[in-house]
Design a protein around this ligand. Structure first.
Ligand SMILES: Nc1ncnc2c1ncn2[C@@H]1O[C@H](COP(=O)(O)OP(=O)(O)OP(=O)(O)O)[C@@H](O)[C@H]1O
Ligand SMILES: [Mg+2]
Length: 480
């Protein structure tokens, strides 16, 4: 301190130099609000030369709109230090503090305003608010798309067709799972009927009058998935403005929460889900107290969770917790006896829906039974709907089937000896066919690549090589 006074003795303008050297605006008035001095930062901020401001009262400057409001006027009127957001000149925003300077007797002798530019910070906050509003909108959309409450239907409307031994066994297990009230896991390839099975379990269970809420865990990025599941408290993100949101766990109270594609949940969230399964309590984001929930979890996956545990991408403790009651829904390849039954089931269904009376020719039935059905029941259902709509005659004939199903038999009969070309040609033809099949099944190049076990970039190169024409509609990719 003494050294400072010594320096100021040597240089009487020292304190002015110090005030000039800082980037924040400093504005000094006497006890009545008459401007005594302002630093250059302050001058630049006001956009008016210093000499036009000094000597003038802050109240007049405020009236002229140089700044709104005048923090010095406020401090002097209120007799205490005051902070506010001040708009200066062209609308830049400043956080302004008015300090009162008092003498030994406590009498106000001057007032100092200190202003810091917060325009960018304010912009960022309002951007955050915009983003949050957008997120809110997306989240509502996502909820519409990924989660449905389906206990309007009643159990009789959820029919599980198929008479093969493996499917009958699966149906028996589903009934047993429905009779108890613990976490259950449904595994099976894509399109085998896992979602339908989850709904059936709910509708057969004692929770049937409660909500059935489902969410596809693969459809959301981690942070959104977390807030969808657990919800968040008011003010968790950008301060007081965020409204807070009920999570799906709460929405499923007294009912069932179906976590589809559980294999896609990131590790960090797996921990939280495990915690919920163990304690039946959860913490909404930003909450201080845990919440209780009476919700049954049913999870489903087409991934090999055991292998994921080995690879370290799925928590073993969560796997064991989920794997207590497990039902495996067979693929159509594993339950070929189901094909005719299900095909007839869908044929009747779509005949009724489209007011038609189509029937399968024997040849067509044979082909359906021989086909490999990578997309399982969904693929069968979609194909039959298409056949009912598009076939011309009463009998659905072989010519109505997609090329891949007609060719399949030929190539599977003699995969090595063929008069259809050289080995490279045949392999390329098979590769092209597999790619088209995968794309038709998955309607996404990313998913098709995953299904085929190749990288997306390799798949894209092959799509180009084979000149496979794609069209994208409603964010789904179709083969032209
Ligand atoms: N046993 C069945 N009887 C009649 N229809 C079925 C049966 N199983 C599935 N389906 C129908 O097949 C289609 C696909 O079923 P679902 O969506 O349940 O499969 P998934 O295994 O959940 O598929 P993904 O892995 O893609 O989520 C649905 O339209 C469903 O109604
Ligand atoms: Mg599903």
């Amino acid at each position: 301190m003494e050294k400072l006074f010594e320096l100021s003795h040597q240089n009487p303008a020292l304190f002015v130099d110090i005030l000039e050297s800082i980037k924040d605006a400093i504005f000094i008035s006497d006890h009545e609000g008459t401007t005594l001095w302002l630093n250059s930062a302050s001058e630049a901020m006001c956009g008016v030369p210093k000499n036009k401001i000094t000597g003038r009262n802050v109240r007049d400057l405020e009236k002229e709109g140089l700044f709104k409001p005048s923090v010095l006027r406020m401090a002097l009127e209120e007799g205490k230090n005051v902070s506010t957001v001040q708009t200066v000149g062209e609308g830049r925003k400043y956080i302004a503090t008015g300090h009162l300077v008092k003498n030994k007797e406590g009498k106000v002798i001057a007032a100092v305003a200190h202003l810091r530019d917060i325009t960018d910070a304010v912009k960022n906050t309002s951007k955050l608010q915009e983003i949050e509003e957008l997120l809110e909108k997306y989240s509502a959309q996502i909820r519409k798309l990924t989660s449905t409450k389906t206990n309007i239907n009643g159990v009789e409307n959820v029919k599980l067709g198929g008479k093969s031994n493996s499917r009958i066994l699966a149906k028996k297990i589903i009934e047993k799972i429905a009779a108890v009230d613990t976490t259950a896991l449904i595994v099976g390839e894509t399109g085998t009927g896992k979602s339908l099975a989850a709904e059936k379990i709910h509708l057969l269970s004692k929770r049937r009058n409660g909500p059935f809420v489902q969410i596809n865990c693969a459809s959301l990025p981690e942070s959104l998935l977390e807030s969808e599941l657990f919800g968040y408290e008011k003010g968790s993100f950008t301060g007081a403005t965020s409204k807070g949101k009920t999570g799906l766990i709460k929405a499923a109270e007294a009912g069932t929460l179906f976590l589809d594609e559980i294999g896609e949940v990131p590790l960090h969230l797996q921990t939280k889900i495990l915690h919920f399964l163990q304690s039946k309590t959860y913490m909404p984001i930003g909450a201080r107290e845990p919440r209780n929930a009476d919700v049954r979890i049913i999870a489903a996956t087409n991934r090999d969770l055991e292998q994921m545990v080995e690879e370290g991408t799925f928590r073993s403790d969560l796997f064991y917790r989920l794997n207590i009651l497990t039902v495996k829904i067979p693929s159509l390849r594993e339950s070929r006896d189901d094909i005719e039954d299900l095909a007839t089931y869908f044929l009747n269904m779509f005949n009724e829906k489209y007011n038609k009376n189509k029937r399968f020719s024997n040849e067509v039935l044979k082909k359906l039974i021989q086909y490999s059905w990578p997309g399982n029941i969904r693929e069968l259902e979609n194909l039959i709907e298409r056949l009912v709509i598009l076939s011309e005659d009463e009998f659905i004939e072989e010519k109505d089937l997609p090329q891949k199903m007609v060719e399949q038999h030929m190539s599977s009969n003699s995969p090595y000896i063929s008069d259809r070309g050289t080995m490279t040609e045949i392999l390329e033809e098979m590769e092209k066919k597999m790619i088209i099949d995968a794309l038709e099944k998955e309607n996404s190049t990313r998913k098709a690549a995953k299904f085929l076990g190749v990288s997306q970039s390799l798949l894209m190169r092959r799509i180009k090589k084979y000149n496979i024409q794609l069209v994208v509609e409603e964010s789904k990719t179709f083969v032209k």
